[in-house]
Design a protein around this ligand. Structure first.
Ligand code: PLP
Length: 391
């Protein structure tokens, strides 16, 4: 039995630990093969470029794309900005309408908001109580002026997996470019850009046991060719779509992370979803008024639970040896209830009483048992205090 190390990390939707195999593969690209991948006239450059191209293949294989359909960026936020703003700029003469969904990551919602300032019109589709968008709603929302649909593959708070293949088919039939934020999905569940009818897809290395600061944007190459206007101008790297010297060590790590995911994803998903189910069954059996949010069709590593009358920030403060997250993006002093939990119909209070557990590759069964026990204690202590103040 492995010894438990504290705090226990159950926040793998925020970021993941770099897999030691990934780290090992990156090291030589800092200290030996430190060339610029764009240097064409010496060996340092050639080695760096070879490292990048190997990674490009490894990542393309994982998502069933071609190597030359991949643009390296600094992360999913940049990929999303490039996809949405780049398409908006290129297709402005065709129309000004963009469709997205209420439960998207802020990187998508805020990018769309920015475009509204420049005269674009954005339709935000609702979701049902499980966080699923209706294919029918998308079909009805598309107009002659729609130039982009952006719908996430898997939600980062409740794990709900969208019917991407059908959504993509609707877009393809109507000739509208389809972008998906697959940051939580790539490396966790099977992703096939071809069979899923995806035109553009954003994802990030640090959500799949790779390093921070590197991401990918898949841009479909088949005709009619998509035009994505660069948002960073400069040396014309990445086929003109994203200038700037490539982060070679990080890209090499991203590639190895993709290779590992491809080989181990199916088995790992099974193992992790069993641990997740174990966590939920212990909590639901032992904690009153606890309910699981989301859909049966969700990420294997996700569990989002509402503990009525127990504010998540207080619960988390009373179990500091467990690293989890509340549904809300607690960036401001006054934590707003999660827009995702509000979109699936939770009240403000219930949304603030919800905790996200994000399991991962390195999660152990003993950690789950320990965490479940701590959650049980923390929730009852918060509820007791609440009762005392109320009386
Ligand atoms: C983490 C995340 C992002 C942002 O990714 P970065 O690489 O950190 O910029 C975007 N979308 C989703 C769904 C995410 O989980």
């Amino acid at each position: 039995m492995e010894e438990l190390r504290f705090p226990i990390y159950l926040d793998n939707h925020s970021t993941t630990r770099v897999d030691p195999r990934v780290f090992e593969a990156m090291v030589p690209y800092f200290v030996e093969n430190y060339g610029n991948a764009a240097s064409k006239h010496h060996e340092f450059g050639w080695h760096a470029e070879a490292g990048v191209e190997t990674a490009r293949k490894q990542i393309a294989n994982l998502i069933h794309a071609e190597s030359d359909e991949l643009v390296f960026t600094s992360g999913a936020t940049e990929s999303i900005n490039l996809a949405i703003k780049g398409i908006a700029e290129s297709y402005r003469s065709r129309g000004n309408h963009i469709i997205t969904v209420a439960t998207e990551h802020k990187a998508v919602l805020d990018t769309c908001k920015r475009l509204e300032k420049y005269g674009f019109e954005v339709t935000v589709l609702p979701v049902d109580g499980e966080g699923v968008v209706a294919v029918d709603d998308l079909e009805k929302a598309i107009t002659g002026k729609t130039i982009l649909v952006s719908i996430m593959m898997a939600n980062n708070e409740i794990g709900t997996v969208a019917p991407i293949q059908e959504l993509g088919r609707v877009c393809r039939e109507r000739g509208v470019p389809f972008h998906t934020d697959a940051t939580q999905a790539v490396g966790k569940i099977a992703v096939d850009v071809k069979s899923m009818n995806i035109d553009l897809m954003s994802f990030s290395a640090h959500k799949m046991y790779g390093p921070k600061g590197v991401g990918g944007l898949f841009v479909r190459n088949a005709s009619p060719k998509l035009k994505v206007a660069a948002q960073l101008d400069g040396g014309g790297h990445e086929r003109g779509m994203r200038s700037g010297t490539l982060n070679v060590p990080a890209i090499v790590g991203f590639g190895v992370a993709a290779k590992i995911a491809e080989a181990e994803m199916a088995e790992e998903g099974n193992r992790i979803s069993q641990l997740r189910d174990r966590l939920e069954s212990i909590i639901l059996a032992q904690v009153e008024d606890a309910s699981v949010n989301g859909s049966a069709t969700r990420l294997p590593n996700n569990s989002n639970i509402t503990f009525k009358q127990a504010e998540a920030d207080k619960v988390m403060m009373s179990m500091k040896d467990i690293a989890v997250s509340s549904g809300s993006a607690c960036s401001s002093a006054e934590p707003k209830p999660s827009h995702v939990l509000r979109a699936i119909g939770l009240s403000d209070l219930d949304a603030k009483c919800s905790i996200r557990f994000g399991l991962g590759r390195f999660t152990l069964e003993q950690e789950i048992d320990y965490a479940a026990e701590r959650v049980k204690e923390a929730v009852s202590s918060v509820r007791e205090k609440r009762m005392r103040y109320a009386s």
